[in-house]
Design a protein around this ligand. Sequence first.
Ligand SMILES: Cc1cc2nc3c(=O)[nH]c(=O)nc-3n(C[C@H](O)[C@H](O)[C@H](O)COP(=O)(O)O)c2cc1C
Length: 268
Amino acid sequence: MALIGKKAGLAYGERAMKDAPSPLDLLSQPAVHELAQVVRQRRATPHFLPDPVPEDVLNAVLSLGAEAPSGFNFQPWRFLVLRSPEQRARLRAAAFDQAKITEAPAVIVALADRVGWKGKVDEILKTKARRKGRPEKGVEQQKRDALAFIDQSSPAVWLTRQVMIAFTYLMLTAEFLGWDTAPMEGFDPVAVRDILKLPATTEVIALLAIGRAADREQREHPGRLSTDQIAFDDHYGTPWPFPPVPAGDPASPASFIKQSALPVSIQF
Ligand SMILES: Cc1cc2nc3c(=O)[nH]c(=O)nc-3n(C[C@H](O)[C@H](O)[C@H](O)COP(=O)(O)O)c2cc1C
C-alpha cells in the first residue's frame, strides 16, 4: 500500500516531455521512470501467497479499470471478483486446474456483456451530450451510426478489443499498488460460464489473479521480441529508429531493450 497516492499532483506527462530529447531518455526521467518500472517489473505470477488483497486495493483496481477507453465509450466489460475459496475452486476446475486460481486471494473474471451493453447506449450517449452541452436530440442518429459501424465487425473481435484494454488497466493498477498479477486465457469459457452461473449473454474474455507472488525474487524477465521486429517508422518493415544502446549502462532503458531482445521471430 506504500505506493497509494504517491503520484498525486504530478503532471508527469507534461513535466517529462519538456526536456526530453528521445523516448528512452524520457523513460528515465524520475516521474515517468516509476511508470516504466511498473510496466517492466510486472511479471505473470506463477504462484501466490495466501495474503488477502485489501478491499481498498480492489476498489482502486476496479475503479481505474472502469476508466479505460472503449469504442464510442460503450464499455461492454463487466468484472466479477472471486474471493471465496469455493468460487475460486469452481473456477479452477474450468481453467485447466491452474493452481494460481486457488492460491491467489482474488481472481477477477473479465467478461463481455454481449447483449446488455446495447441497453446502456442511450444513457451513455445522452450523458456525453449533456456534459458537452450538446442537444440530446442528436443522440438517436449517433446511436444508429455507432451500432451500424459496430455491426460491421465480428462481435468477438469488437468485444475482446474493448475488454482487454480495461483488463490491462486493472492489471497495471494492481501492479502500481504493489500487488502481483497473473493474466490467464487458459480456461474453457463455456464451462466457466456454467460453473459460475453467469448469464448466457456474457462471454468470458480473460482471468486476472491478484495477490502476493510466492517467488518474487526469482522472477526472470522472459524476453521480448527486439523492437526492430515490432515497431515501424512510416512504412511497415522499416524499423522505428530507437537510439543506440549506451555502452556499459546496464540500468538504462535502452540496455534493457537490448538484453531482452529475443533472437527469433514468432511465426503464426
Ligand atoms: C491474455 C493472456 C493470457 C495468458 N494466459 C495464461 C494462462 O492461462 N496461464 C499462464 O500460466 N500464463 C498465462 N499468461 C501469461 C503469459 O504466458 C506471460 O504473460 C508471458 O509469457 C510473458 O511473461 P510476463 O507476463 O512475465 O512478461 C497469459 C498472458 C496473457 C496476456
